[in-house]
Design a protein around this ligand. Structure first.
Ligand code: TYD
Length: 208
C-alpha cells in the first residue's frame, strides 16, 4: 500500500468563505503535483440529501433527529465503497472536506447535549483523524451580511443568534481539543488572497 493521502477539513460558521478558500487550496495542492479530492458534509448521499431538505425547511424534524442524521451521513461519507473517505485516502488521494465532525459538535451542541453528540459520532471519530482542521473565523454580523448577498432564503441555522452560539461552541471545543486536534484558526475577515496565503502557510508542509 502506498502513502496515504492527507485529510484537511474546513470549518466555520455559515458565510465564512469556506467554498472559495477550498477551491483555492485544491488548486495549490494540485499545482504541487498531488491529487486532491474535494468533498463536503452534508454529503450528496442519501442521508445528506435528506439533511439538505431539513436545512432548507422542506422537511420538518427535531434537533435530536438531525444530530443522528448528521452522524449517519458522516459514516456513509467515511465508509462508502464508491467514493468514501477511507477509500480515497487509502488510494493516496488527499481530501479536503467542507465540514466534518467539529461542525456537528459545534452546531448540534447548541441544542443537544455534547456528550450524546460525541457518543453518536464515536465510531466515525475512531475511523479517521484529520491532519488539520482549518477554522475560518468571521463574526456572525459579517456572516449574515454575506449570506444575505448570495441567497434568497436562509437555511435553518442561518440567523445571527444561532451563528453566535455556534461560534462560541467552536471556541469552547478548541479549548477542549487543544493538544489532541490540530486546529488552525484563520482570520476570515481579511481579503481573499490573504486568507488563502495564511491557509497555504499552515498546510504546505504536507505537499512538498
Ligand atoms: P454549509 O457548509 O453552510 O453548506 P452550504 O454552503 O451548501 O449551505 O452547511 C450546511 C449547514 O449544515 C450549515 O448550517 C451547518 C450545518 N451542519 C450541521 O449543523 N452539522 C453538521 O455536522 C454539518 C456537517 C453541517
Amino acid at each position: 500500500m502506498g502513502t496515504k493521502g492527507h485529510f484537511i477539513v474546513f470549518e466555520g460558521i455559515d458565510g465564512s468563505g469556506k467554498t472559495t478558500q477550498i477551491d483555492l487550496l485544491k488548486k495549490h495542492i494540485e499545482e504541487n503535483g498531488f491529487i486532491c479530492y474535494k468533498t463536503k458534509e452534508p454529503t450528496d448521499g442519501p442521508v445528506g440529501s435528506l439533511l439538505r431538505q431539513c436545512l432548507a425547511g422542506s422537511v420538518q424534524t427535531d434537533e435530536m433527529t438531525l444530530a443522528a442524521l448528521f452522524a449517519a451521513d458522516r459514516l456513509d461519507h467515511i465508509l462508502n465503497n464508491q467514493n468514501g473517505l477511507l477509500k480515497k485516502l487509502d488510494e493516496g488521494i488527499s481530501v479536503i472536506s467542507d465540514r466534518y465532525i467539529l461542525s456537528t459538535y459545534a452546531y448540534q451542541s447548541v441544542r443537544v447535549p455534547l456528550d450524546w453528540v460525541m457518543a453518536l459520532n464515536s465510531m466515525a471519530a475512531g475511523k479517521i483523524h484529520p491532519d488539520c482542521h482549518i477554522f475560518i473565523d468571521i463574526d456572525p454580523g459579517t456572516a449574515m451580511k454575506r449570506i444575505a448577498k448570495g441567497r434568497t432564503g436562509n437555511e435553518l441555522f442561518e440567523n445571527e443568534k444561532r451563528l453566535t452560539e455556534t461560534r462560541n461552541k467552536y471556541f469552547d471545543l478548541f479549548r477542549q481539543f487543544k493538544g489532541t486536534e490540530n486546529i488552525i484558526i484563520i482570520d476570515g475577515t481579511q481579503n481573499i488572497q490573504k486568507v488563502s496565503d495564511d491557509i497555504w502557510q499552515s498546510v504546505y508542509k504536507y505537499f512538498l
